[in-house]
Design a protein around this ligand. Structure first.
Ligand SMILES: [Mn+2]
Length: 452
């Protein structure tokens, strides 16, 4: 199967769910950088890409219209564009390249949609960040006052489809994971005292680019105390011996992302504290992965993992007291201030994490948990617990009556520079009675990490 065959199948399934009613999907537009004539790097609207495979800006698709199940609207670009860009989209080749039943220029879109929707009286719209999409809807309302424009239904159908990955998509995600694996081995080679976080980012992004992949999201490359900053992105500190380095990065290939975190000692030598905290996170992460299977309520995975982390922290003397008491006082909030993970696919934080925003369990609101539903076969979710020694969080927690006696503060503060923060993250396919880890061959056992 290639992406065109996959996209054709997705269009068919979407139309089936809309009972054959026409649906308009507007692709992304380029976003200008301030007032210059340059644009931010273009990223296609994920839903449009999913249904067409097209990665260029300025396209739209009408599905289920009159006489054409798939009509593609392409940008009309003149000779000037040919001079500057080499080639421009053409009607004939677009039909061949993208498998449309009919292709028209973008400036014919309104008339064609009026024709198709006017007859049916109902038109579905897929949400698009393209500002032209809103203008188009306004024009349609004006031209067809009786037209029922339906928003939300097609989007929900797309969420349901995108959540459940096909074998074809899982193959693409596995290929992205393989590029990420190669990139992790590459940056581990340049990780040493005196090198910069920049060197690490450059080494991993060099592999992405050479393999034809994109950087799925801005990489987190933090050493010393920086791993405790959850979305650290300065990536410019000189790394030192006896520190840890946390890298959260992933390749994007054919639109599909990977999202991996590994944490290693900069000089390859583990101190007692580093090793102790690392083993707590690793063992909790592996247990959490073992609990992943069809039918599990994701917030339960978070709760069980938080308990495992606190259990481990108690065993290595960073927190004090019996486990039930510590969990009742929510001591996990001090060291694990984020959610266990999220769906991943065409977006890093993919669609469908919540059935609705209100479905987030009240006891987990503090961690911004991005998945609050029962996971099913075909979902791909990340599992990414961590333990952090974040100075502002530790300082405020120390003043909190709940936690005053529950934490060995001297020990926790000693970890700020020596450990910083440790997170281990893998991408996991949910299956019936089990799971498959797409990123399984990126080492995480202490003895297997090739560093030092
Ligand atoms: Mn993640």
């Amino acid at each position: 199967m290639d992406f065109q065959a996959f996209a054709a199948d997705r269009r068919r399934l979407l139309l089936q769910r809309l009972n054959g009613e026409p649906v308009l999907v507007v692709g992304g537009a380029e976003v200008p950088i301030h007032v210059s004539d340059e644009f931010y790097p273009f990223r296609q609207e994920p839903n449009f890409y999913y249904l067409t495979g097209i990665t260029d800006p300025g396209y739209a698709a009408l599905l289920g219209g009159d006489g054409a199940a798939y009509e593609l609207f392409i940008p009309r670009l003149d000779l000037r564009w040919r001079v500057w860009m080499g080639h421009v989209p053409e009607l004939g080749s677009s039909q061949r390249d993208w498998g449309s039943d009919r292709s028209s220029f973008q400036d014919e879109l309104l008339d064609r949609v009026v024709q198709a929707a006017g007859r049916r009286g109902r038109l579905h719209l897929v949400h698009s960040s393209n500002p032209h999409a809103a203008a188009l809807a306004a024009e349609l309302r004006e031209r067809l006052p009786g037209l029922e424009l339906v928003t939300g239904v097609a989007d929900q159908a797309l969420v349901d489809l995108r959540l459940r990955k096909t074998d074809f998509e899982l193959g693409l995600m596995r290929a992205a994971a393989e590029v990420t694996r190669e990139a992790f081995f590459a940056f581990w080679k340049v990780t040493r005292p005196g090198a910069s976080e920049r060197d690490v980012q450059a080494a991993l992004e060099q592999v992405f680019r050479q393999r034809g992949a994109l950087t799925a999201y801005y990489p987190i490359v933090g050493s010393g105390p920086n791993p405790a900053i959850l979305h650290y992105h300065e990536n410019r500190r000189a790394m030192q011996a006896q520190e840890m380095l946390l890298v959260d990065a992933g390749a994007e290939l054919h639109g599909y992302k990977s999202d991996v975190t590994r944490t290693v000692p900069v000089d390859g030598k583990w101190s007692g504290r580093q090793k102790a905290v690392y083993e707590v996170v690793l063992s909790a992460q592996k247990r959490a992965i073992e609990r992943v299977e069809h039918g599990v309520f994701y917030p339960d995975l978070h709760r069980a993992c938080a308990r495992d982390l606190v259990d481990g922290l108690q065993q290595i003397g960073i927190v004090r007291g019996d486990l039930d008491g510590l969990m009742e006082r929510h001591v996990d909030h001090v060291f694990f201030p984020h959610g266990l993970g999220h769906p991943i696919g065409l977006e890093t934080h993919d669609v469908g994490g919540h059935i609705d925003p209100d479905s987030r369990p009240a006891d987990l609101k503090h961690v911004n948990l991005r998945t609050s539903r029962t996971i099913e076969a075909g979902f791909v979710v990340t599992i990414e617990p961590g333990i952090y020694f974040n100075v502002p969080l530790l300082e405020s927690a120390r003043e909190d009556a709940r936690w005053k006696d529950a934490v060995s503060w001297d020990e926790a503060l000693a970890c700020v520079n020596e450990v910083g923060g440790i997170r281990i993250e893998d991408d996991v396919v949910v299956e019936r009675g089990g799971r498959r880890v797409l990123t399984h061959d990126i080492p995480k056992e202490i003895a297997a990490i090739p560093i030092g």
